[in-house]
Design a protein around this ligand. Sequence first.
Ligand code: ACO
Length: 391
Amino acid sequence: MKYAHIVGWGSYLPERVLTNDDIAEMVETSDEWIYTRTGIRERRIADTEETTATLAFEAAARALAVADMHPSQIELIIVATSTPEYNFPSTACQVQDLLGATAAGAFDLSAACSGFVYGLSMAHNAIATESVRNALVIGAETMSRVLDWNDRGTCILFGDGAGAVVLKRSDVPGGVLSAVLRSDGSGGDVLNLPAVYHSPLPMLADYSPNGQKNTISMNGRQVFRFATQVISSSILDALRRAGLTINDVALIVPHQANTRIIETAAKRLKISQDKFFLNVDRVGNTSAASIPLALCEAVEQGRLKPDDNIVFVGFGGGLTWASAVIKWNVTPPEVSRLDRELQRTRYLMARGRSKLRRWGRRWGAILGGSPTPDARMRDAQKPRHHEHPEE
Ligand code: ACO
């Protein structure tokens, strides 16, 4: 049996801050209403040049720097996201290319706000069963692009960002001790985001205030009820599997949906709210990115010490929910500034190599007499006459 230890962590937040007062200029709301109902003061919004993949890359590069690892040591990249730019290539493949992680398999994982814990569990299983040695698990979102900015019920809640961890195989007991994943698809109508160019399935059409648009629909009260019910049971399940009790836990890093949800969950668990780490006031709800983003901030604030037991708990669309228990027992190596600069140079070289491979493919196509990918794309975009096969 091998163990999967978290040895690196990194996060990235776009620079642009959108405050509650800014939103109050767009829809009828106020800082006071938003803060008292959600605990959110401001969130970050991605620049037009930024994508889910570039946010994910920045977080991953920082996590690799903390782990002092070369991207070629990573054998699995999982990106949990609900806001990919493409169905394929996956965001994970884009990150693989940006990192130059030449030995990695890569895929995206869709489990909404629980996605990071689901991804952590998948990567842990791959390491424990010795199919990979090291893995990157990333949560990344550009939620601002899937919001209806006229819907005050949802646009006040979300923000953009990314967080990542590096998991490393070890013989030393610790790391991910347990994970419990759950779902209830009958609640798909409570919270959903239709795929681009697809109308919602009939089962999801019951609750779709945004009609057919590709924006988030939510029944806030039902989400609240669901979240407060599952947080406590999910945490206790994962602790039971790890052979621990709530008293053994140093810190819980929950999905950052909303302060009131966490207050209620803390009461149900009969623990102080201080046991939950919260940064939702400054970043809003960043869906799959929220747990690794909060983890990084908890580390920066010195909230974690070696041998602490910590719990991640995610809950969201699907409906899905998941908890994982982690023993925090690896002290990261010191990485010099020079090493960090070298790592950045590596990524520039990875971009150069990727461009060369693209050019190679294009020239191979031209010399081989077949249309280039650009010409194929132009051809595919030409209007077509729908001909009957027999005509
Ligand atoms: N500003 C001012 N008024 C508002 C706003 C707003 N932004 N949004 C709704 N209102 C109004 C409503 O129109 C309604 O007015 P009415 O009484 O005149 O009809 C009134 O406020 C109450 O609306 P509710 O939706 O019932 O408000 P509620 O008290 O339930 O608070 C909230 C809404 C904050 C969304 C709450 O339901 C909640 O916290 N739910 C959890 C949802 C959540 O956190 N989702 C995150 C995404 S999912 C996830 O990450 C798991």
